[in-house]
Structures are given as structure tokens and as C-alpha cells.
Write a protein that binds this ligand. Structure first.
Ligand SMILES: C[S@@+](CC[C@H](N)C(=O)[O-])C[C@H]1O[C@@H](n2cnc3c(N)ncnc32)[C@H](O)[C@@H]1O
Length: 219
């Protein structure tokens, strides 16, 4: 699969390179760091997300170390991309171990190397908190979805509570440096700004995590 993130240009180049470096750096410990939360809650949310993904050609954006691979529906042909070669190498191992035929590619979500209308659906978990220009990334996902195609996201978002929201804004620069992820994004609004029609939003963990179902209109 062509279009390595090195082809990312213009305003996105520097922040995208930084994001790539931050995730490459975490590759060895990434799964270990998240293991407890994964067992307590995230695994269940992943199962819910993937139960909503229908058969067909599916794009997974930001596959990371491939934790979702175990949940991919067996009747879906999944193409999964990520910015970090080190995380992708781990995803390839997991796919092999799980016997899942996922096609993996090194690619920037803000500049997808797929033609228009190429996928029936798209999914991502905890990705648009890290994509430097999330609306550009979501617009790209919309472009490669067929008319009527659905996008399903699991994302942590900025809390509506005034004090907690303010705290998240305050801590955000530090969190981005340490983890690569922004903790104060309004991803539901970003999905709408990218031109999707939001169909449903479920909240987990007191509204910190949202499961968003959206659709590309037919015109
Ligand atoms: C918090 S991790 C989540 C990984 C995985 N989806 C999961 O649920 O475990 C964020 C992922 O988004 C990827 N990412 C960030 N910006 C990206 C971009 N512009 N294009 C593609 N992937 C990106 C990172 O490399 C990383 O794998």
C-alpha cells in the first residue's frame, strides 16, 4: 500500500511527524500500559462498536497495535491503517496470531491513499484525539466511504462540566506531549463539521467516552 506518511505535506507535516514519533516511542509498552483498563471496560466497548459494523469492505483508521483485530467481524474485509510503523508491526503479529486476514497499511488519515467511495463502513477507536487535524482526517474518511456508508467511532472527549472541562484544557498540552492524545476534543462536533450526519451517540464513563454512529449522506 503506497502513500507512506512521509508524503504528508504542508501544514500537517510537522505535527503529524511528531505524532508518529510519540506513538513509535510507546510501541513496546503500549499494550501493557492499557491492559487493566482494557480488561475492566474498553474490551466491552470495543465489542459493542464492532457489533455495529456490517459485512463488506471496512476501513479501520489508526489500528495501533491491533487490539481491535480480535473483534473484527469475520464477514468483513478489513483494511487497517496507521501512522506508526512500530505499532503496525505489532498489529501484524496480532493479526497473524488471531488468524485474521486484515490488510495493513502505513498511511496518514489526513491523506488517505484510497479512491473515493471505496468502503462500505469505517471504524476507529481512540484515534481522532491524536490526528493533528481531526476534521481533515474525518473528511478523508468521508471521502473514501460510499454514499450511505457508516462511520463508527469510540473516542474520549472533553467533559461538559465547566470545572472538569477547564482542567482538561489546562492539562491538554502535557497529555499531548506524554501520550500523543488530546484530552479536550469535541469529536462529536468534529464528525458533524466533517460533513457526516450523526445518527446516535452513546456515553460511557460519565460522558468521558462516546460511541458515535454517523453516516455519509447519499448526495
Ligand atoms: C490512542 S492510539 C489507539 C490505537 C487503537 N485504535 C486502539 O484502540 O488501541 C491512537 C492511534 O492513532 C494513530 N494515529 C494518530 N494520528 C494518525 C494519523 N494522522 N493517521 C493514522 N493514524 C494516526 C496512532 O499512531 C495510534 O496508533
Amino acid at each position: 500500500m503506497g502513500n507512506s506518511p512521509e508524503t504528508t505535506q504542508g501544514q500537517h507535516w510537522r505535527p503529524t511527524k511528531l505524532t508518529q514519533r510519540r506513538y513509535n516511542r510507546q510501541a513496546a509498552l503500549y499494550d501493557l500500559q492499557g491492559a487493566l483498563l482494557e480488561r475492566l471496560a474498553i474490551g466491552r466497548w470495543r465489542r459493542i462498536l464492532w457489533s455495529k459494523v456490517e459485512a463488506g469492505r471496512v476501513l479501520e483508521v489508526g489500528v495501533g497495535t491491533g487490539t481491535n483485530v480480535a473483534y473484527h467481524p469475520s464477514d468483513a474485509a478489513v483494511v487497517a491503517i496507521d501512522l506508526s510503523p512500530k505499532l503496525l508491526a505489532r498489529a501484524a503479529n496480532k493479526a497473524r496470531k488471531n488468524g485474521k486476514p486484515v490488510e495493513l497499511g502505513l498511511m496518514d488519515a489526513q491523506r488517505l491513499a484510497f479512491p473515493d467511495n471505496a468502503f462500505d463502513s469505517a471504524a476507529a477507536t481512540f484515534v481522532f484525539c491524536s490526528v493533528p487535524d481531526p476534521i481533515a482526517g474525518l473528511r478523508e474518511v468521508r471521502r473514501v466511504l460510499k454514499p450511505g456508508g457508516r462511520l463508527i467511532l469510540l473516542e474520549h472527549v472533553r467533559l461538559g462540566n465547566r470545572l472538569l472541562g477547564w482542567l482538561m484544557d489546562l492539562l491538554n498540552p502535557l497529555m499531548v506531549r506524554v501520550s500523543g492524545a488530546n484530552i479536550n476534543r469535541d469529536t462529536v462536533a468534529n464528525v458533524e463539521k466533517a460533513g457526516f450526519q450523526v445518527l446516535a451517540v452513546d456515553s460511557f464513563f460519565g460522558g468521558l467516552v462516546k460511541l458515535v454512529e454517523a453516516r455519509k449522506g447519499t448526495q
